[in-house]
Design a binder for this molecule. Structure first.
Ligand SMILES: Cc1cc2nc3c(=O)[nH]c(=O)nc-3n(C[C@H](O)[C@H](O)[C@H](O)COP(=O)(O)OP(=O)(O)OC[C@H]3O[C@@H](n4cnc5c(N)ncnc54)[C@H](O)[C@@H]3O)c2cc1C
Length: 331
């Protein structure tokens, strides 16, 4: 039996597809076909798909919302598991419930890793819980968020990792599952250990504090959304910020205004705003965004990325590092 038949036998006859175009599963609207494609609708589905890929020795990649990837024009020569395992619920409350009312201090929230971060944020806001509201309207899933340590206002410590308590991971080297706590991830700006290990987040538990004023909290979250929409291009296919910000040391060395670490500022200084290759363009609004303005191919985006990196090295002696993850063969 070939691999496709084996996958269908285990994951469902009508649930595994061949040559699924991946462009439609990414915010960039770019990417060739997946050799095999399976949408995991539950935590059990996700675990089964991962174990199956391991047992059948099929290369695999997990796609969350597809908001932080660039997929090769050749697609992916293996199994793409689209993580739609969604769910969020309260699993613990700390505090007191007495005659004078509820004195909740904090709560634990369980999520499946395919839950949209926006959904997680809405849930906590509705519960009057503070700490994850900055994820309102941030595209992508909890799993993708843990991999990059999704954030908003970095100076205020608004990182998804700061609120994580524990998670269950799949280890692609051993095919096993394990529960880990927050420290395991070694989170920092745009970084977590699972970027190196390739481990896959299955489910996660977060801790959030009771807000003193729920209306105020909603207002703050909506203000964040408004600010994001003002600063970022809206409604055009893209994958968010392409590069990680520069280090504080480089900002000091280059005497950037207010010592900003913004790579958008650097690209603007390189005079690359609006630069175009094929259907791909560096945004006029926020230079760390590359937009797919007209049926761009992955290789065109790569050319723009190379152009930015080369100029940043030559002009500022900077080695810019991608924030987006490349999937597939780019040779
Ligand atoms: C318009 C726009 C605005 C954005 N604004 C922000 C912002 O304000 N703040 C911010 O932090 N980010 C922002 N981003 C980037 C994006 O939202 C985040 O990087 C998000 O975490 C991506 O999640 P995802 O599920 O889409 O990941 P994907 O793009 O699907 O995957 C990204 C990487 O994570 C891996 N992955 C996916 N799921 C899992 C899993 N369960 N376990 C382990 N690895 C996994 C993938 O294999 C891939 O390597 C923005 C993006 C866009 C398009």
């Amino acid at each position: 039996m070939d691999k496709f038949e084996q996958l269908k036998q285990i994951l469902g006859l009508l649930r595994v597809f061949e040559n699924e175009p991946l462009a439609k599963h990414t915010y960039f609207k770019i990417g060739g076909p997946a050799k095999f494609f399976f949408a995991a609708k539950s935590v059990e589905d996700l675990k089964l798909a991962l174990s199956t890929a391991y047992n059948l020795q099929i290369p695999f990649v997990v796609l969350g919302g597809g908001a932080n990837v660039l997929i090769s024009d050749k697609g992916f020569d293996g199994l793409v598991i689209k993580n739609q395992a969604s769910g969020v619920k309260l699993v613990g409350i700390k505090g007191t419930i007495g005659r004078t009312g509820r004195g909740i201090k904090n709560a634990l929230i369980w999520t499946a890793s395919g839950t949209l971060m926006n959904q997680l944020a809405k849930f906590t806001l509705d519960q009057g819980l503070l700490g994850l509201e900055f994820l309102l309207s941030v595209p992508g899933t909890v799993g993708g968020g843990l991999k990059i340590n999704a954030h908003f206002e970095v100076e205020k410590g608004e990182f998804i990792g700061n609120r994580l308590l524990s998670a269950t991971l799949f280890d692609p080297k051993t095919g096993s599952f394990k529960k880990v706590d927050r420290d395991y991830f070694n989170f920092s700006y745009d970084s977590s250990k699972i970027q190196k290990t390739g481990e896959i987040a299955i489910e996660a538990v977060f801790k959030a504090d009771a807000a003193s004023d729920k209306e105020e909290l909603w207002q703050k979250a909506l203000d964040d959304v408004r600010r994001r929409n003002e600063e970022q291009p809206v409604g055009i296919a893209c994958s968010g910020c392409v590069f990680r910000n520069i280090s504080k040391e480089d900002a000091i060395r280059l005497s950037t205004p207010n010592l900003t670490t913004s790579t958008g500022y650097i690209i603007e200084k390189l005079d690359l705003k609006g630069a175009k290759i094929g259907g791909a363009q560096i945004s006029d609004k926020h230079a760390n965004y590359i937009l797919n303005i007209n049926g761009a191919a992955a290789h065109e985006v790569i050319k723009l990325i190379d152009l930015i990196k080369t100029k940043a090295r030559e002009t500022f002696n900077l080695n810019l590092k991608e924030e987006i993850f490349l999937i597939g063969d780019f040779n």
